[in-house]
Design a protein around this ligand. Structure first.
Ligand code: SF4
Length: 372
């Protein structure tokens, strides 16, 4: 959960998960749709799918692997998690490099090569300074140093225990490290989502279990993807009203999602379910579709109350039916742009926000905003 997400955002999710699925065996037996719904708003939904898959592997073996190699065989476990778990949980010597350690080591040795190419050198340097014993303590100490002292913008070199041997400090510009490559702008894709209403309920579908936002409940859409634009085709014929759009950032592209509304009296084709609009907060919509629902509801309110003000503040206009869930689950933390840290700028990546961003690719960078 902590990959790409702050501790503050994760705590309520973690508490609910542990309460509902207290052991790895409970999680292995869980209904995947329920787990995905409990994850809604946290973003990076492939983590949830991998978590269930990993729980099933561990439950089948009746043991957690303790070596890095064994851990890496679990779905969703990459180099960072494997090293961190092996060191912290099992006391094995492993080279742990999360974003905080990466920053500390890049500064300690004033590594001038830009990221991501510098990662090999940073790992080598980290290996050099990693002790043979108490590896877990060492890793956690380095993480905390990065989170609280060697922070991204204004490192507190005066109180740093590494100050005397720090090459970056000696340059007088410690915050110049790690050197970052210039980032290219994400491509922008367009698509449409469809709000179909009947008797106070909205038509929701279940997204395919694999792929972006896989297995989540959602509004029907027109097939947009990272690779291409949506078709614009509505799932049913009828009188469609344009309800505006939301912009949503994924790690590899930005999506401008137009929202269209209609009311019908019949059943739409294909699988789906009518969900009471007043209970949308319980639908487990991922943030993108919760915001799309908000846009649709706001447009509906504006249509019936012409004086309804044109909100600028995305959060302020989330209707209560959606907002209750969204506020409990602070979705805006589940972002992923490299220039968009999930932790406060001067708090590093935060204690236990030691997630290595490289273990898992995108999914959900949540900076939804209105574009119309
Ligand atoms: S001396 Fe400054 S730049 Fe160097 S590790 Fe410590 S806080 Fe970071």
């Amino acid at each position: 959960m902590l990959q790409q997400t702050t501790t503050a955002a994760v705590v309520p999710y973690f508490a609910r998960f542990i309460d509902r699925w207290p052991t790895v065996f409970d999680l292995a037996d869980a209904d995947e749709a329920e787990v995905m719904a409990a994850w809604a708003g946290l973003g990076y939904y492939s983590r949830a799918r991998n978590l269930i898959a990993a729980a099933r592997v561990v439950a089948a073996r009746e043991a957690f692997p303790s070596s890095e190699a064994g851990l890496r065989e679990l779905p969703g476990v990459g180099a960072y998690i494997a090293a961190a778990v092996a060191a912290i949980a099992f006391g094995r010597r492993a080279v742990v490099v999360d974003a905080n350690i990466e920053r500390v080591v890049a500064r300690l040795f004033a590594i001038g090569e830009p990221l991501p190419q510098a990662r090999k050198s940073i790992r080598q340097r980290t290996d050099e300074v990693t002790p043979a014993s108490r590896v877990g303590d060492f890793a956690q100490a380095m993480m905390d140093l990065g989170a609280t002292v060697c922070t991204p913008r204004q490192p507190k070199c005066l109180v740093c225990p590494l100050a005397e041997r720090c090459a970056a400090r000696a340059t007088g510009e410690p915050s110049r490290y790690p050197v970052k490559a210039v980032r290219r702008a994400n491509p922008v894709r367009t698509g449409a989502a469809f709000w179909i209403e009947r008797d106070g309920a909205v038509w929701l579908v279940r997204r395919p279990s694999t792929g972006m936002l896989g297995g989540m409940r959602a509004l029907p859409d027109d097939g947009w993807s990272a690779a291409g634009e949506g078709s614009g085709e509505a799932p049913v014929s009828g009188e469609w009203r344009e309800a505006g759009a939301v912009r949503h950032g994924f790690s590899h592209f930005d999506l401008v999602l137009r929202i269209r509304r209609t009311s019908i009296a019949h059943q739409p084709p294909g699988a789906g379910e009518w969900w009471p609009v007043g209970e949308l907060a319980d639908a487990g919509l991922p943030t993108l579709f919760a915001k799309a629902a908000t846009r649709a509801l706001d447009d509906s309110a504006a249509e019936h109350q012409p004086q309804h003000r044109d909100h600028q503040d995305d959060e302020a206009e989330i209707p209560s039916v959606v907002r209750s869930r969204q506020r409990a689950d602070p979705g805006p933390q589940d972002c992923d742009r490299q220039d968009h840290p999930v932790a406060p700028p001067e708090q590093g990546n935060g204690r236990r926000d030691r997630q290595q961003q490289r273990d898992e690719p995108d999914e959900n960078r949540n900076d939804v905003q209105h574009v119309s």
